[in-house]
Design a protein around this ligand. Sequence first.
Ligand code: FAD
Length: 390
Amino acid sequence: QDLFQSPDYLQLDDLLTEEHKMIRDAVRNYVKQEISPIIEEYAQKAEFPRQIVKQMGELGVFGPTIPAEYGGGGLDYISYGLMMQELERGDSGVRSTASVQGSLVMFPIYEYGNEEQRKKYLPKLGSGEWLGCFGLTEPNHGSNPAGMLTNFKDAGDHVILNGAKMWISNAPFADIAVVWAKNEEGVVHGLVVERGMEGFSTPTTHGKWSLRASATGELVFDNVKVPKANILPNVKGMRGPLSCLTKARFGIAWGTVGAAMDCYDTALRYAKERVQFDRPIAGFQLQQKKLAEMITEISKAQLLNWRVAVLMNEGKVTPAQVSMAKRNGCEVAHNVCRDARQMLGGMGITGEYSVMRHMMNLESVITYEGTHDIHLLITGMDVTGLNAFS
Ligand code: FAD
């Protein structure tokens, strides 16, 4: 099957450099060769394909915007976006692994860590030798993470960490966790917690119908002794985790368009081949409406993402602009995948095609890193100056 005839209805390739196209094609080929052939099976058995972590490190999708001397790629945000788009064509869980590793683990260590921490962790994370996770959400604090209860107390050369995080991507296999917790004054700090520290456990979350090829778990801290050397020294308050989320949400905005592209490609090909009433179903107006709307929305989302990436490269982007792109990407992909699934009829509910898997995955993507509602409220607050959250 000739996978991934990328839709480029508005000739957006003209906006890309030769390097961007090379990077995009390299990740696209990787996904074709290594992800697409195996991912359905892993999703069906709800298992994370651990072997891909090393492969993705070699490919350079972990921390692509972090300088090369620290194990990143030293690339711009369009390159990063294109990588996430191509990974999520394969599977949202695979893209999630890259988003977490690059934007939620490597970025805070690079941006807020000291030189020792950068040298200790970043090269191993960039190469995929180590896998990281990001602990912000708690059982009783999801959309309002500032209310977190996880806390640490001073105990000489180390601190004692207590609390629990929930819904943490990569947690069951992670070698390290960047954890956000409050000190005795109630100020949020980032700590690097390492697997093997006494009192630290990572139970797996079972029974998910979404993001099944990505491992999710809890982080439980029972009087964990964390050396003070593991506290990220250069940030305090919610600015720390929120700045990480802005980077990751940017990648999600591009990634979701990748999932939408895969569903559009699949539906278009299927509609041209599937004959009912002696005609390909692509010839019926109802099916053409779906396809026409899909390609229109995909093209609009590509343009939005491209513009946000340019603003990000210029250091001018606002978190609210990234929220708009994340929310839009999720909405477009959600609608495209649902329509594509219907166009495939009964075949659309099987693992023979990728659309149902994408559709189920997007239920997580539309929820994590700020729910659809929360991103709408961020835009609402940005344009009115009035906070409707609380
Ligand atoms: P809640 O905050 O309880 O929200 C429930 C509903 O109420 C939502 O519809 C929400 O939009 C709505 N709502 C909440 N507040 C308001 C308001 N003020 N106004 C209007 N409506 C409101 N977290 C991490 O820290 N690290 C991870 O790696 C990670 N990975 C994840 C992976 C998966 C598969 C999933 C599902 C989640 C992951 N999360 C992770 C957690 C995710 O970020 C949270 O689930 C998300 O922020 C929502 O929090 P919640 O589930 O507690 O929902």
